[in-house]
Write a new protein. Structure first.
Length: 535
């Protein structure tokens, strides 16, 4: 052998019922003896399982020895090293797969008749079949696919009347997702599906996990994970934002921490639609006392009239965060373009929102129209008012400086535009474009005090929200040839929200903890009679 043989089976350790104290002996209490007695009763069974589970490791040891020997006795080249690492990885995965398969197939009693005859699930009764059946298609794990034989429970009268199907209690308690994937592999699938196309995910599963699925199976698991985490997303967002707010309170700087909210839209290709439809994105960010962004959570919704679902989710989130804050209220700023949906949300919701910690007080939200959108309208005015490119660029540059840095910069911008407009005669089309750009600046001027905003350390750009549109939708939903329906889009959208907001681990763990369990008898669980005798 090239190295000492590693242990290939688990070792059971037992404690004595007595321990030394000083020069004498002291008896351990019955509370300690009881677990010891129960452990001893199942020690023989666990030792047998340990031997079975260790057999793949013994085979692995032999395989590793052969791989290393072949590698050392052949010319050392980049190709040989690559092949060695590939073969080693395959051996390790196969060993893990075999161990997992052995362990899960030895949870329930060997004889199905030793399992409970009847079982209850969600208030309904089910009856066990008298034989074990294999899971159709196997269970996909992070090591590969395993075969699982388990007891199946069929619905009794009431459950049958409600059209409930048969289920495997073991799969329920193992947390098998959609009848196809272990919790760990389903975790990986959720993240992968949020980032890759279906075919890319299938290729990754085959290459990295030795799991071969159909598109239908992938969709079932992805939908189950997305649906499972959806109800936990909001709580995770709140916790995340409160953590950043606490961090912002401890930061150094001359301004109070800031809670910055934005929303925008993104046009999406939809099935059975002649034109693109607008999906909606909202962002909530926390800025520290120096105006540095500590983090952002993302909200998204598929196309919907009036974006009601996004508004409702955002309206639920903001008070929850402010209710849970410690210390004074952070500065509240709403940075968007001046589109219909963002403006209506500000007027109908934010301006009327009350402080959750003081219902008699209305919160003060500072509205900021994105500077870069405003600068875009300055460029439109320049194109209309000046025939030469050099004149356009010079005027637009000067107006951007006035708008950004001067106390009453917008007034000077509009005055200059009016002057140049009066010096020429425009076509009807140009006149219409001029009026649109001029009125945009005029009508939203109260939210363009950029000099004051920057002096107060407030954000003036909605770049975070526009980037949110890109990372939430564009990068995943607008690849070549893609078209979406509402249901399929929602599945991927929930996954992306969790991953991009940095709360995936929290929501997935909450999903696993929320899954209901059933009373499951295992062959290694001490019987009630044995427990009573030991007591």
């Amino acid at each position: 052998m090239l190295w000492p043989t590693p242990p290939t089976r688990a070792r059971l350790c037992f404690i004595t019922a007595y321990h030394k104290r000083g020069n004498g002996m002291a008896m351990i209490s019955p509370a300690v003896i009881l677990p010891l007695t129960l452990t001893t009763q199942i020690a023989a069974q666990l030792a047998t399982l340990s031997t079975l589970a260790g057999q793949p490791c013994e085979i692995l040891e032999q395989q590793i020895h052969e791989l290393v020997t072949n590698f050392y006795t052949s010319p050392i080249t980049p190709q040989s090293f690559k092949h060695f690492e590939e073969a080693l990885n395959d051996c390790l995965k196969e060993c893990g797969r075999a161990v997992v398969e052995t362990v899960v197939n030895h949870i329930e009693p060997e004889d199905p008749r030793d399992a409970p005859k009847q079982i209850e699930r969600e208030g309904l009764d089910y009856s066990r079949k008298n034989y074990k059946t294999p899971n159709r298609g196997g269970i996909a794990t992070s090591f590969g696919t395993i075969q699982l034989r388990r007891c199946l429970y069929e619905p009794l009268q009431e459950a049958s009347d409600e059209q409930q199907g048969a289920f495997a209690a073991l799969e329920v308690n193992l947390g098998i997702v959609a009848g196809n994937a272990t919790p760990l592999l389903a975790d990986r699938v959720g993240v992968l599906a949020s980032q890759h196309t279906q075919q890319e995910v299938l290729d990754i599963l085959k290459r990295d996990y030795h799991v071969i699925w159909s598109v239908g199976t992938l969709r079932k698991v992805t939908e189950a994970v997305s649906e499972g985490i959806a109800s936990h997303l909001q709580a995770a967002r709140v916790k995340c934002l409160l953590g950043w707010l606490a961090q912002a309170e401890e930061s150094c700087g001359r301004h109070r921490p800031t809670l910055s909210v934005g929303r925008d839209g993104c046009m999406l290709p939809m099935r059975k639609a002649a034109t693109y439809k607008e999906g909606a994105v909202a962002t909530v960010s926390v800025l520290d006392r120096r105006g540095r962004r500590l983090g952002t959570v993302y909200l998204g919704e598929m196309p919907e009239p009036y974006q009601e679902t996004l508004s409702a989710t955002l309206t639920e989130l903001l008070p929850a965060v402010l209710r849970g804050r410690k210390g004074p209220c952070p500065r509240l700023v709403y940075v968007t373009d001046a589109g219909y949906h963002p403006t209506q949300y500000y007027k109908e919701v934010l301006q009327e929102m009350k402080d959750p910690q003081n219902e008699k007080q209305v919160l003060e939200w500072r509205r900021v129209v994105d500077f870069y959108h405003a600068a875009g309208y300055l460029s439109k005015l320049a194109e209309i008012l000046f025939s030469e490119e050099r004149g356009r660029q010079a005027w637009a540059h000067r107006m951007r400086h006035l708008l950004l840095d001067e106390e009453h910069g917008l007034f000077r911008v509009l005055h200059s535009a009016t002057y140049h407009h009066s010096q020429q005669s425009l076509t009807a089309k140009s006149e219409e474009l001029y009026e649109d750009a001029y009125n945009y600046l005029l009508n939203h001027g109260e939210w363009m005090a950029y000099r004051q905003y920057t002096r107060e350390g407030l954000p003036i750009g909605s770049g975070v929200t526009e980037a949110g549109c890109k990372i939430i939708f564009t990068q995943r939903f607008k690849e070549s040839g893609m078209k979406w329906d509402l249901e399929g889009g929602e599945v991927i959208l929930r996954l992306r929200e969790a991953v991009l907001s940095g709360v995936w681990d929290k929501v997935y763990e909450a999903y696993l903890q929320s899954r209901p369990l059933v009373k499951l008898k295992t062959r290694y669980m001490p019987s009630e009679e044995a427990s009573e005798n030991a007591a």
